[in-house]
Write a protein that binds this ligand. Structure first.
Ligand SMILES: *Cc1c(COP(=O)(O)O)cnc(C)c1O
Length: 222
């Protein structure tokens, strides 16, 4: 299947679900991205700052770039001028740094708070309880140049569908809990970024609003 046909497949299965596609183009060439772009698709995800910056510079201006990977505070300034959404905000310190660079660029940067939902200990993200406490204490409330749009999570990489489903349910429940909490105006909770090539069907069933798909669109990475 061509990249354009794969994009079309996802557009079709997502129609009417309230879930959108982020095409994860990490390690893939600008030419591969242009194949999707020429088919009318403009929302791409990258996980490395340098690669994201270079692709932003060489590709059309109207592409919506999503930073989906772990972000180091010292690299925020490289993407702050143009990034559309940062999916993996996993500390107050990182959120503060993004806020600072958003202000310097005269922008409001849209962010998602990453929650550690997987069994594997290697994955980044807030612990759910810890995040609830931080929100309750208003620890994000002064970050006026952020729009905190929701949560992001990665399920355990496994063939155990029950485990994946329960991890996505955990994220959804946490989302609903935070959505009902009193917060300042920089919270606009509406997105749950969950689901990858391996588990997007389950993620959509469990209420994902953004699936991040790489290999099922662009083919396996080297
Ligand atoms: C690479 C990556 C994806 C896409 O993974 P696929 O299995 O290729 O669909 C999604 N989210 C994050 C955070 C990634 O790093």
């Amino acid at each position: 299947m061509s990249i354009a046909a794969n994009i079309e497949y996802f557009n079709q299965i997502l129609t009417g679900t309230g879930c959108r596609l982020v095409a994860v183009s990490k390690t893939k060439s600008p030419g591969a991205i242009m194949e999707a772009y020429q088919a009318g698709f403009k929302r791409f995800g990258e996980n490395r700052v340098q690669e994201l910056k270079e692709k932003h510079q060489s590709l059309p201006e109207d592409i919506e770039w999503h930073m989906i990977g772990h972000l180091q505070t010292k690299k925020v300034k490289m993407i702050a001028p143009f990034v559309s959404m940062i999916h993996a905000v996993d500390s107050i310190k990182l959120a503060s740094e993004i806020d600072k660079h958003a202000e310097r660029n005269g922008r409001t940067i849209h962010c998602l708070l990453q929650v550690h939902i997987a069994k594997e200990s290697s994955k980044f993200g807030f612990d759910g309880e810890e995040l609830l406490e931080a929100v309750k204490l208003g620890q994000f409330d002064h970050l006026e140049h952020l729009k905190i749009c929701g949560l992001m999570g990665m399920a355990t990489f496994t063939s155990d569908q029950q485990l994946i489903r329960s991890e996505f349910k955990t994220l959804k429940t946490l989302f609903e809990t935070i959505r009902l909490m009193p917060t300042s105006d920089n919270f606009e909770f509406r997105e749950i970024s969950m689901g990858m090539s391996n588990d997007y069907q389950i993620a959509i069933e469990e209420g994902s609003t953004m699936i991040r798909i790489g290999s099922d669109i662009f083919g396996a990475r080297d």
